[in-house]
Design a protein around this ligand. Structure first.
Ligand code: ADP
Ligand code: GN1
Ligand code: MG
Length: 369
């Protein structure tokens, strides 16, 4: 069991400030997210909770962030209830503090929140079968459907311009220009690859600006490990990691899942010969996602699904490279060069998608039936 790095005093302070049943809890590091510090708390009597120290460098307005999450989870729970589902299993449940707040600020300034631990689920960094990936697609599609009547523009932007790809491109140019660690010379090929795709970076934001694509409530971080699958049935049941739920594009939600889950190798694979965008996984996800959306997408949205995949993959590759150039301050890394490896897998995937474009389009039209 991994140990956490909290002092016993801090542990006690955090645990005593949330409304959870009494008992001796142990807190152990949990999951493989790149952003928050996630801990599993259990008292040995069956009461288990996820505690998270919210990454306050990245999410600067925690009250607004938790306001979004409270409203979205309450709305989701109502929708799930109306559909005869189990709201505490098919949605996250925020645990309030003893002062009835959705987060607690500790004596060191850290912001904490707690969720019910959703029991009897599995969370995958890689899909073991195409069906598991399809199930995650169905869960993210259903998330679209359940939130279709939620007023998108009433949500706070928890990270402004999160998927504004042309702005990410500007930040990338800035990092190249500053090159504070002298790393630019090692990554000339990657830089060139991204510079050559400048035009593509703004295609989706332009379509949104012209009203060709609708603004929706989107998740914006639709990695496979942000869905919990039922341990028995392996059905995708609960969408988690709601920090980036805000107004956005459905095609980006689709695309980010493809970027992560349709790859034949992990995000930080060093042997690029293993990295491809699998068309069979692409098809599986598209089938699940479209089933979950249940006819709610517009013609233009269907047409832009492949572009969503390419845009999210380019953007993510560019973000990893920007972070590498600036000294790995955003994404958690566990070894030197990991962000560069992550960037390289993304660029390999982009090149592979470009070669498979016609097939991706054909698969989408077949999935529409
Ligand atoms: P990050 O933003 O750092 O990715 P997440 O919110 O995705 O953090 O949580 C990290 C991991 O913790 C998830 O991938 C999942 O394995 C696990 N997890 C988070 N919330 C829950 C929950 N309510 N029930 C069960 N597992 C959870
Ligand atoms: C981060 O939080 P996590 O690990 O699910 C990041 C995503 C990236 C992803 C790359 C808030 O996701 O945008 O696509 O890493 N989340 C944030 O793996 O920046
Ligand atoms: Mg996550």
């Amino acid at each position: 069991m991994r140990k956490n790095h909290l002092s016993p005093e801090l542990e006690g302070e955090i645990l005593s400030n949330f409304r959870i049943p009494s008992g001796e809890y142990t807190l152990v590091p949990y999951g493989s997210g790149h952003i928050n510090d996630t801990l599993l708390a259990g008292n040995g009597k069956g009461d288990r909770y996820i505690f998270q120290r919210i990454n306050n460098n990245i999410f600067q307005d925690v009250p607004a962030l938790m306001g979004n999450i409270l409203r979205v989870t309450e709305f989701l729970q109502d929708s799930v209830r109306k559909n005869g589902g189990d709201p505490r299993r098919e949605s996250l449940t925020v645990i309030r503090t003893v002062d009835n707040a959705p987060y607690y600020q500790d004596r060191e300034g850290g912001y904490w929140r707690a969720y019910l631990f959703v029991e009897d689920t599995v969370c995958r960094d890689r899909a073991e079968t195409a069906e598991e990936f399809a199930q995650s697609g169905e869960a993210f599609g259903r998330f679209q459907k359940l939130l279709a009547d939620f007023p998108a523009d009433s949500l706070a932007e928890t990270i402004p311009d999160f998927h504004n790809t042309p702005k990410r491109f500007e930040a990338f140019l800035d990092a190249i220009q500053k090159d504070p660690l002298g790393r630019k010379k090692e990554v000339e090929r990657e830089i060139e690859f991204l510079l050559a795709r400048r035009e593509d970076m703004s295609r989706l934001t332009e379509a949104l600006r012209k009203g060709e694509l609708p603004l929706r409530v989107t998740h914006n971080d639709t990695k496979l490990n942000n869905v919990l699958l039922d341990r028995e049935t392996l059905r995708g049941i609960c969408v988690i990691d709601l920090d980036t739920v805000m107004p956005g594009l459905s095609v980006n939600d689709f695309g980010d899942s493809i970027r992560f889950g349709a790859s034949t190798a992990p995000e930080d694979e060093q042997d690029l010969s293993k990295v491809e965008m699998s068309l069979s996984l692409f098809r599986a996800y598209a089938e699940g996602f479209l089933r979950g959306c249940d006819g709610r997408l517009t013609e233009n949205e269907y047409a832009c699904l492949p572009l969503g995949a390419k845009t999210m993959t380019m953007e993510c590759g560019m973000r990893f490279l920007t972070d590498y150039l600036l000294g790995d301050t955003y994404f958690k890394t566990h070894r030197p060069g990991q962000n560069l490896d992550r960037c390289r897998t993304q660029l390999k995937l982009v090149a592979d998608m470009e070669g498979k474009w016609a097939e991706m389009e054909r698969i989408i039209s077949e999935c529409r039936g």
